[in-house]
Design a protein around this ligand. Sequence first.
Ligand SMILES: Cc1cc2nc3c(=O)[nH]c(=O)nc-3n(C[C@H](O)[C@H](O)[C@H](O)COP(=O)(O)OP(=O)(O)OC[C@H]3O[C@@H](n4cnc5c(N)ncnc54)[C@H](O)[C@@H]3O)c2cc1C
Length: 499
Amino acid sequence: MSRQIVIIGAGLGGMACAARLGHAGYQVKVVEKNAQTGGKMGIWKAEGFSWDTGPSVLTMPFILRHHFQDVQCDVDDYLEMIQIEPTCHYLFPDGHSMHTWSNPATMTIEVARRENDRGRRFKKFWHYSKGIYELSADAFLFKTPGRTARLLPSGILGKLRHLPKVLTLSTMASKIRRSFKDPHVRQVFNRFATYNGSSPYKTPATFNVIAYTEMGFGAWYVKGGMYRIAAAMERLAREKNVEFMLNTEVEEIVVNPRRRVEGVRLKGGEMLQADAVVVNGDVIDAWTSLLKFPGKESTERRLARRPLSSSGFIILLGVNKSYQKLDHHNVFFSKDYRKEFNEIFKAKVPPSDPTIYVSVSARSDPTQAPQGKDNMFILVNTPPVQPNFSWSSEKEKYASFIIDQLENRALFELSKHIACRRIFSPLDFADRYYAHRGSIYGHASHSLLSIFKRPKNRSRRVKGLYFAGGSVQPGGGIPLVLLSGKNAAICIQHDLLRS
Ligand SMILES: Cc1cc2nc3c(=O)[nH]c(=O)nc-3n(C[C@H](O)[C@H](O)[C@H](O)COP(=O)(O)OP(=O)(O)OC[C@H]3O[C@@H](n4cnc5c(N)ncnc54)[C@H](O)[C@@H]3O)c2cc1C
C-alpha cells in the first residue's frame, strides 16, 4: 500500500509539496481549516470589483514554471503571466516621484537622472546585487535540503569574488547609503527589506539581493488576478490525486513516545494516520498549539526568542472613479523612513506617518473593476499583534487615518468615491491563517545568522514531521514557499525510501 501523507494547510507551500508527492505516487491529504485554498493568497469580490487580498507581485516566475515542469505539466495551460513595466511608481512627500523598471537600461537612466552620474552608481549596485544572487542562490535557495548550506557549490570558484557581499555585517541601509547619494533613490532600495517583513536598518546587506530578484527577473501579474496561482496549484494537486479536506482543522499532531509522528487529530476527535506530516501553517503556531509531547517546550522557547516579521493593515476599496495618477503598483513614502521602522520594530506601534502601498490591478487587467473605476488594495506595514494595542477597537480609526493620508498625498476626495470596502488587520492574519500574532513571514531577517537559523524543512526532534511555508526555509513570498514545498517533498521521499 502506498504511504500516507497529511499536509496541514492549503497555502502555496502546502499545495506545492502535495502535488509533488501525489505525482510520485503517495496518498496525500491536504487538511485546510478555511473554506478556500491559497492561505494568505486570497480573493474578495463585491459589486463588480475583484481584489487579491494577499500577494500582488510575482517575482522569479521561473520558479513557478519549474514547479509545473517538475510534475510534467506546463504552467501556461493553467494561467497567463504578464510582466508589469514599470515595476512600481514611487511618490515622495516632497512632491518628487520615481519609477522602477526591470529593464536595466531604463532603470539606469531613471537613477542617473537623480544621481547625476551617468548611471555609474546604479550599474555598480546592480552588479553587486546580481553578484549576491549568483553566489547565494545555489547555496541557499536551490540547495538540496538536509545538507548544510554550501557556500561553495561546485563550479562556483569564479564567483568567489562576491563572497564579501554575502558574508557582511553591514545592514541593507548602510550599504545603500554608501551606494547612492540621492535620498529618494536610497528610500526606494531600502523598501526591498519589507519584501520579507523586515527593517532595512536591521537586515544584513546580503538581502540587497531582493532588488535583483525583482529587477533582474521582472515583476509579474497573473491575468484574472493573482489568486489564479492558488487556483492553478489546487487544480494541479487534484490532478495528481491529492485529496483536499476543506473546512477541517487539525488540533494535534500526534507523536508517539519514540518521537515519531503517527498522524493528526482533527477538531472533533477524528484521527488521520500518516507516515509523514507536513505543517504548511506557521512553524511557531505548530510548536505552541499542535505539538503536545513532553519536552517540546525548549523548541517553543527558542522560536519565541527571535524577533517576528511585520504584519500588515489592509484596506480594500472599490472606488467609483479612476485615479489616472495611479499605476498598477504605487508606493506613497513616509517622510522619515527610519522613524517608521523604529515604530514598527522597536516601539511596536502602527506607524504614525506610514508608507502606503496602493495596488490597482485594474490598470493592467480590466476584469478586476467595472469600467472607469479602481479596485484599490492598500497596505501599510505594522507590527504583529501586541498585548497593549487592540486592533478590534482601533481598526476603523486607523483605516480613516490612512484614507485621510491618501487624500492629502494625492488622491483627492477619495472618501467621497468609495463604493465598497473591507479591512484586514493583523488580528485577521492570526485568526484566519493561524499566522503567529499575525506576522506574515515568520521570523524577521534581522541578523546574518537568521538565514541559517530559520527553521528547517525537516524536524530534527520528531521523526516524520516536515515543514513547508513562509515561516521556514528558505523563506516567505511566492517563489520561496514553492521551493519550501519542494524541499519538504524531497526530504519525505528520501526518508520514506530508507524506512
Ligand atoms: C498582504 C500580503 C501581501 C503579500 N504580498 C506578497 C507579494 O506581493 N509577493 C509575494 O511573493 N508574496 C507576498 N506575500 C507573502 C505570501 O503571500 C506568502 O509568503 C505565501 O502565500 C505563504 O504561503 P505558505 O505556503 O506559507 O502558506 P500560508 O498562506 O501561510 O497558508 C497556510 C495555510 O495553513 C492553514 N492552517 C494553519 N493551521 C491550520 C490547522 N491547524 N488546520 C488546518 N489548516 C491550517 C491556514 O488556514 C492557511 O490556509 C504577501 C502576503 C500578504 C499577507
